[in-house]
Ligand binder design. Structure first.
Ligand code: 5GW
Ligand code: MN
Length: 344
């Protein structure tokens, strides 16, 4: 046996030697791999406008990073991708020139309710939309009101259409807010499929305050509620009673979305609104109502049907909120109102 093991010695040395030579050979190859050449002066000047865009994007990233550094809370909403790899749209995370070209023939709807006293918010809403919402694109406003005759039509750019529709004014404000889902189920099935590609649904007690464009568009998108963007999920105001169709158990859910700004492809909003509306009807049969009405049902839907894009609080902000100095672009802001007065 001893003789045998002795006779194996030279071959082991041989293998190790071969390996060492091979590794040295590999290192040699790596050293010789050429590094990419630096761009020539000519190329640099050719890409001047791209560089301007890149610089703007870099600066925007710096601002978001400042927010990341300054808060010692849950930072999930400050990412640029969700855990399921949907983009979270913060300023500087997209190239608008490219997106605008991709969407040159896209038709976009903006759905809004202005019933009872909320008719007063419609004119500033529409006028600000003309200034900031999807400028240069094909837009149809779907306005639902109980006072069609009182609507002041804004001065509209080419390619933009205003549709006025009559709707019943529910007595209870909770029903007014929820009625939107029912109307959506009808319009996303009957009319919108032939008129628009994407639908955006918004509260009317808001104004556009900065650019809101095609960067928001996706199959299904929703906006993170500005009050909860740094909150832990256990403090999200989801519906927590298992008896409600809007129920979300603790441990589930990624963000608390605000029902004041969401949207998607028309067929996606058809699916969303029918699911939410069925939930609202189920709850009514049981004589219950979800904590935050249709917003609770929307949040439940989005837990189990993940949005393909998530909008940062730039897309719904309230100037009364803290940390506003970190939200450089407040694109869609709440109009301050006397809650008691508008309810009566
Ligand atoms: C009125 C009083 C209390 C709550 C809602 C209303 C109300 C809402 C109304 O009288 N008329 C109306 O058209 N709405 C629509 O529902 C508006 O589009 C409004 O933006 C939306 C949601 O109601 P908000 O904006 O009062 O809800 P919050 O959560 O933004 O305060
Ligand atoms: Mn509102």
């Amino acid at each position: 046996m001893q003789g045998n093991s002795k006779s194996m010695l030279p071959s082991r040395t041989y293998i190790i030697g071969t390996l060492v030579v091979f590794i040295l050979f590999l290192i040699g190859i790596c050293i010789q791999i050429p590094t990419p050449a630096a761009p020539s002066k000519q190329e640099e000047t050719n890409h001047c406008s791209d560089q301007v865009t890149e610089k703007a994007i870099e600066l925007a990233h710096c601002e978001r990073k400042l927010l990341v550094k300054s808060v010692n809370k849950r930072k999930m909403a400050l990412n640029v991708l969700t855990p399921w790899l949907a983009p979270i749209i913060w300023d500087g995370t997209y190239n608008l020139n490219i997106l605008d070209k991709q969407h040159s023939s896209t038709r976009i709807g903006l759905f809004v309710f202005a019933v009872k006293k909320y008719i007063r918010f419609l004119q500033p809403f529409l006028e600000s939309a003309e200034r900031y919402f999807m400028v240069g694109h094909k837009v149809t406003y779907y306005v639902f009101t109980d006072k069609v005759d009182e609507v002041v039509k804004p001065k509209m750019a080419d390619g933009r259409i205003l549709q006025l529709h009559n709707v019943v004014a529910d007595q209870r404000w909770q029903d007014v807010s929820m009625r939107r889902m029912e109307i959506l189920t009808v319009y996303t099935k009957e009319y919108m499929p032939s008129e628009i590609d994407y639908l955006v649904c918004a509260d009317v007690d808001m104004v556009f305050n900065d650019h809101v464009g095609v960067e928001i568009l996706g199959d299904l998108f929703a906006t993170i509620h500005p009050v909860f963007f740094l909150s832990e999920p256990q403090s999200f105001t989801y519906e927590r009673r298992p008896i409600s169709a809007a129920y979300i158990p603790y441990g589930q859910g990624d963000f608390y979305y605000m029902a004041a700004f969401y949207g998607g492809k028309v067929d996606e909003i058809y699916k969303l609104s029918t699911t939410c509306q069925n939930g609202i009807i189920e709850d009514k049969k049981k004589n219950i109502e979800a904590l935050w009405q249709e917003e609770s049902h929307l949040n439940r839907y989005l837990v189990y049907n993940k949005p393909t894009k998530v909008l940062s609080p730039e897309y719904i902000w309230d100037t009364n909120l803290p940390l506003g100095e970190f939200i450089k672009k407040k694109r869609f802001i709440a109009v301050h109102k006397d809650h008691q007065e508008v309810r009566n």
